[in-house]
Design a protein around this ligand. Structure first.
Ligand SMILES: [Zn+2]
Length: 380
């Protein structure tokens, strides 16, 4: 898991050209043959060599090698968990930060004045926290899915199960006709309880999306019983048996989430382009986005998958510019070159409490490309 607070911590360090941060993303997935026998260690070594060659006789080479040694020794002791390792370090400051993620990320090494957070921010955007309610006529299972991992919340089982036992005893006292009516009442009672449990879950785990699982009949009835808050989160239903394995729940949920994400992107980009055309707190195109960023106006940054541009970042005012000049045009402070200006832009948006949306849907990307591949919703 990588929380928003984690990102804030990583982004709180000011850019430092004297002592850059080594950012490492390593595919350690043990389901992949290439990673058996610790194949990821040789992947790391060759990535490190590539950066080292790139630096040539740079005076900071020693600094890089110290960071690389730190990463190397960490990875050689690392027991793979999940699919990817995310690791940041700066040996000169004694800084190390790492997490294991259950999301596949491409392996890469970056040595930059600021932590290179873009891949992990994009993964967080793609896999929003999602609540999953799997239910039949008598039982329920509540889980949350986040960044490729599933967590089940067991208290949900017990409450519904107890009622089921009581109900069976009582039901014997009724005739067949009454039995059916009682059974239907019981299902409704059960689903009401499930809806209440779901409310407590959204309170505790604050997910933004909800998926219902079960037969069409049961999910349709449950849908009507959900609170307004949960109805707003609901993105769809999947057909799954109540005793489905967690791997099956995870697979179905992630597939639905991806489809929803793509659909939402298309809506988002259409609205963005319309708002920008009407100049209603939205802009498109890099120059306007940078101006808005530098004024702290960006509420939601939107860009096409793979968008990249180089430029410069001011060390004093954190201003971002398309071209490189020694001194900042806003404050006169010293600037540093940035190979991936978007990484700096993402950092700035997140530090200021905004959001980031990477577009992957082919249609959404095509629309935004026509407007320069990047845009933003503004705060004011
Ligand atoms: Zn400046």
């Amino acid at each position: 898991m990588i929380s928003r607070r984690d990102l804030h911590e990583l982004l709180s360090h000011p850019p430092d050209t004297e002592s850059p941060v080594l950012s490492l993303y390593l595919d350690v997935d043990q389901q992949r043959a290439v990673n058996l026998n610790r194949g990821f260690e040789s992947v790391l070594k060759s990535m490190i060599r590539r950066v080292e060659h790139g630096l040539g006789h740079n005076s900071r080479l020693k600094e890089f090698l110290a960071d690389a040694r730190l990463a190397g020794s960490f990875v050689s002791d690392y027991e793979p968990v999940g699919k990817s390792l995310v690791f940041f370090c700066d040996a000169s400051k004694g800084f190390i930060w790492h997490r294991s993620l259950n999301v596949a990320l491409d392996s890469s090494v970056h040595w930059t004045p600021r932590a290179y957070v873009r891949p992990v921010v994009e993964a967080r955007d793609e896999f929003e926290r999602c609540g999953v309610i799997l239910t039949d006529r008598a039982r329920a299972r509540l889980s949350t899915v986040y960044l490729g991992s599933i967590e089940e919340h067991h208290e949900a089982f017990a409450e519904a199960e107890i009622r089921k036992v009581e109900a069976s005893g009582m039901d014997q006292m009724f005739s067949q006709k009454n039995f059916q009516r009682k059974a239907d009442e019981h299902v409704r009672w059960h689903l009401k309880k499930v809806a209440e449990m779901a409310d407590r879950l959204v309170e505790a785990k604050s997910f933004g999306r909800l998926i219902l699982g079960g037969t069409h009949e049961v999910t349709a009835e449950l849908k009507n019983l959900l609170s307004e808050r949960l109805k707003k989160c609901l993105v769809g239903s999947v057909t799954l048996p109540i005793d489905a394995g967690t791997a099956d729940i995870l697979r179905e949920t992630v597939a639905l989430e991806e489809a929803v994400e793509r659909e939402e992107e298309e809506v988002l980009v259409r609205r963005l382009l319309t708002a920008a055309a009407k100049e209603k707190q939205a802009v498109v195109g890099l120059p306007k986005v940078l101006t808005a960023l530098n004024l702290g106006r960006v509420r939601r940054l939107v860009y096409s998958d793979g968008f990249n541009t180089s430029g410069s970042e001011c060390r004093e005012c954190a201003g971002l510019f398309e071209s490189f000049a020694e001194n900042c045009r806003d404050c006169g402070g010293l600037q540093i070159e940035s190979q991936d200006l978007l990484n700096a832009g993402i950092g700035r948006v997140l530090r200021e409490g905004g959001e980031v949306e990477q577009l992957k849907s082919t249609a959404a990307v095509r629309f935004l490309e026509k407007a320069g591949g990047i845009g933003a919703y503004l705060r004011f």
